[in-house]
Design a protein around this ligand. Structure first.
Ligand code: AMP
Ligand code: MG
Length: 362
């Protein structure tokens, strides 16, 4: 039927109906798209800070927003549990209580502490003592020196060295740890972050995440299919402001230890936060950073610290001896820097133009 004066009652009526319902339709479309965004599995990432300023970043693929919210909650809870075990500077932590009590009575420790202690003992052995969690008294001495701006005397170093040494720590085989000398204590600063990274990834995997990444400061662990590109911090640039190059990784761990960010300064001289257990003094062997690629983040973290102590030649020997472990060391020469890298990394290592001409392979 043709309408009067060009009006089309049916069409116009429909138009009016649509116009009236437009807000409702908009709301429905909005709700539907929000539901799709929330329920559609995709890549999610989040950063949180379980220990001071160190960012922990987790990435999970193929997760819905609800799943990822619960993933994050589970990882955060597990990390809080581990901080309560390993934070030596919190007097209520299990480690602080053990350091306080184990001098007089064997201290009963939990599973995490026992596992990290056993792994530490393994890496202490493998690195000929370069990795040594019993250097706590020496770390305290040098921290104090940094705060007071006064170098420790040879006597003070000797006294602290007397309290260091893994032979002063015994496990009774019954979940108890005890120290055989007054003043001995343990510091897992060189391995705990790697352990936490492994545990965060384990939580994600147990929750059904098939592909993901955990990054805790200088420790990264990737799992699942696909490859990840990880930047290696330029030790001459400010944190996060420059990279030496990138490494392409499939599942596995990569950790960097370096003296360029954490150090003490006395009379204009910088001293590393890593102590050479053989001398009792901060390392000073030209290695400014050590990056290690290994299967677990715990291993990569411990080995990276050990390389900082071992220096170039012994580091090369160690890396060659270990299976499925690769490394990149950056050394400070008299007027420039050199990169030393495992030859097996060549297909996966991309160096920036400034660093390309300075690579040596081993
Ligand atoms: P990382 O950044 O992983 O190399 O760990 C450095 C931290 O490990 C230091 O801040 C100390 O708490 C601790 N540490 C220092 N020297 C050693 C060493 N030779 N072996 C094991 N841990 C160490
Ligand atoms: Mg380490």
């Amino acid at each position: 039927m043709q309408g009067i004066d060009g009006l089309h009652p049916e069409k116009d009526g429909l138009k009016m109906k649509i116009a009236r319902r437009a807000p409702i339709l908009a709301v429905i479309i909005l709700v539907l798209s929000a539901a799709v965004i929330i329920a559609w599995p995709r890549r999610h990432e989040a950063t949180f800070y379980p220990i001071g300023v160190i960012p922990f970043r987790i990435v999970a693929y193929e997760r819905t927003a609800f799943q990822f919210r619960d993933d994050l909650e589970a990882v955060t809870a597990r990390m809080a549990e581990l901080v309560a075990v390993f934070n030596r500077h919190d007097p209520t932590s299990e480690l602080a209580r053990m350091n306080d009590k184990a001098r007089s009575v064997p201290f009963e420790v939990g599973t995490d502490m026992l596992r990290i202690f056993e792994l530490s003992r393994k890496w202490h052995r493998e690195t000929n003592g370069a990795f040594d969690p019993s250097v706590g008294p020496l770390i305290d001495l040098w921290k104090g020196a940094g705060a007071n701006k006064r170098l420790p005397t040879a006597d003070e170093i000797a006294v602290a060295r007397h309290k260091a040494g893994l032979d002063l720590v015994t496990t009774m085989g019954n979940g108890k740890i005890s120290f055989t000398r007054e003043g001995a204590n343990l510091d897992f600063g060189a391995i705990a972050k790697g352990y936490m990274t492994d545990e965060a990834a384990l939580v994600l995997k147990q929750r059904g995440v098939k592909r993901g990444l955990v990054q805790a400061g200088g420790d990264t662990l990737a799992f699942g299919d696909g490859t990840f590109r990880i930047g290696i911090q330029d030790p001459t640039a400010k944190s996060g402001e420059g990279i030496v190059g990138t490494i392409e990784m499939s599942a596995g761990a990569i950790s960097t230890s370096g003296s360029y960010e954490r150090f003490i300064e006395i009379d204009g001289e910088r001293y590393s936060h890593i102590v050479d257990p053989r001398t009792g003094s901060p390392v000073d062997n030209g290695v400014v950073s050590a990056t290690v690629i290994a299967r677990t983040s715990t291993d990569a973290d411990a080995i990276a610290t050990a390389l900082m102590v071992l220096g170039l030649s012994d580091s090369i020997d160690l890396i060659k001896r270990l299976e499925r472990v690769e490394a990149i060391l950056i050394l400070r020469g008299s007027d420039d820097y050199d990169v030393w890298a495992s030859a097996s990394l060549v297909p996966r290592l991309t160096l920036g133009p400034d660093w390309l001409g300075r690579v040596h392979l081993f």
